[in-house]
Design a protein around this ligand. Structure first.
Ligand SMILES: Cc1ncc(COP(=O)(O)O)c(C=O)c1O
Length: 398
């Protein structure tokens, strides 16, 4: 019998987490200041936020808040259950039409989160005869969806098209092949080579799915995402996945594409069939968020400009930021200890930024992961880089 005494780190590994610097401290943000990159943090006071996914700075936007309030007044806080039974509200249909229009797709389906969108969609569209080919840095929810689908899962080195081609050549041509990549990679901030990947998918008759969690609102002149960024037509990607929890300040996930594929998901995706509908306030906030992105494109431009300044300034200071291009800057420190100490230096100087450690990132590449939003000013960026530079010099990172 296995007992807690016979286990090296206790029954649930908590002691192991504590001993290896893997123990999470969930920091409480106690107050936000809409329109600003500053937040209040419990026991710390005001801090400059460099760890937010709200890329367009839309949390607390008055029109989005008003839409959420109105939805609660009209429909309350919950739904009558799953969408297939009594859970569908006009807001859900409107949200799906809005995201389909935003992504230039025939149709869309909304899920309770981006995580659920990925696992449910991949598991619904593929079976054990099929092959799914993923970039090594794909998000955990993609990996989990592939495992759940039972399809043969193979991976290729990050953004390495030669290896992708080899994988496609070896895949069983009698069954479905699907390539899945992230639009912008969440730990490295680089962009998938969509034109090259699409060409290979066409050549090898493979479906293409792209997770746009970090590219919606971030890439393209009007923020519609990776197809716009590369000037490719809106039907380049077969399965367009994204979330309502990042640039759009709400919660939920979506998949957009052909009407037939979306109808199939409404019949087969277990996260749609067996999980409750999005709450009215969340659906309304997402609809309003999409409208604000359309009406305030200057936010997208501002994010792109400010992030460009952040990267240039970090590089000029001597930091290694890998191949980052959009919204997320990895600031390489090396060991977990150095990354944690640089994070603490930043936190002590009022800059909220997170350290990302192995196994989430490869050994030797422990880092700070800093995100920029449309609310940051050039002064905010310069101040944060000054703080990071001083800390990195003290620690011998620079
Ligand atoms: C690339 C990527 N895909 C999917 C998700 C999951 O989205 P959600 O937080 O809406 O569940 C995340 C979340 O961080 C993500 O980074």
């Amino acid at each position: 019998m296995v007992t807690s005494q016979s286990m090296p780190h206790g029954p649930w590994d908590v002691e192991y987490f504590k001993a290896n610097g893997l123990y999470f401290h969930l920091v409480e943000v106690t107050e936000i200041a809409p329109g600003s990159a500053r937040v209040h943090v419990k026991d710390r006071g005001e801090m400059l936020m460099f760890g937010s996914y709200s890329y367009l700075g839309l949390i607390g936007h008055p029109a989005i808040n008003a839409a959420a309030h109105a939805a609660i007044e009209a429909f309350g806080t919950g739904t009558n259950g799953v969408r297939l039974l009594a859970g569908t509200l006009p807001l859900h249909n409107e949200l799906e039409a809005s995201i389909a229009a935003f992504k230039g797709a025939e149709a869309a389906i909304a899920f309770a989160s981006g995580y659920i969108a990925n696992i449910s969609t991949i598991a619904a569209l593929l079976d054990r005869h099929d092959t799914v080919i993923c970039d090594k840095l794909d998000h955990a929810s993609i990996v989990d969806g592939c495992l759940l689908s039972g399809a043969k899962m193979v991976r290729f080195r990050h953004n390495d098209l030669e290896q992708l081609e080899e994988r496609l050549e070896k895949a069983d041509a009698r069954h479905r092949k699907m390539v899945i990549v992230d639009g912008v990679y969440s730990m490295d901030g680089d962009i998938a080579d969509l034109p090259g990947i699409k060409a290979l998918c066409t050549q090898h008759d493979a479906l293409l799915m792209v997770d746009e969690a970090h590219s919606l609102g971030v890439l393209g002149a009007t923020g519609t995402g990776i197809e716009e960024h590369f000037g490719l037509p809106a039907d380049t990607i077969d399965i367009k996945m994204g979330t309502f929890s990042k640039a759009i300040p709400s919660v939920g996930g979506f998949v957009a594409g052909s009407a037939e594929m979306v109808t199939a998901l409404k019949h087969k995706a277990r996260g749609f069939i067996y999980s409750a509908a999005l709450p009215p306030a969340s659906a309304a906030a997402s609809i309003a968020g999409l409208q604000v992105i359309r009406e305030e494109p200057e936010r997208v431009r501002s994010l792109q400009h400010t992030f460009g300044h952040f990267l240039t300034t970090l590089k000029a200071a001597g930091f290694d930021v890998l191949s980052s291009q959009a919204a997320i800057a990895p600031i390489i420190c090396g060991t977990p200890e150095l990354a944690t100490r640089l994070m603490m230096h930043c936190v002590d100087h009022g800059v909220f930024v997170q350290a990302i450690l192995p196994p989430v990132v490869p050994a030797g590449l422990a880092r700070l992961r800093a995100t920029v939003t449309a609310n940051h000013t050039i002064e905010d960026i310069d101040h944060a880089v000054d703080v990071m530079t001083a800390g990195a010099r003290k620690l011998g990172i620079l």
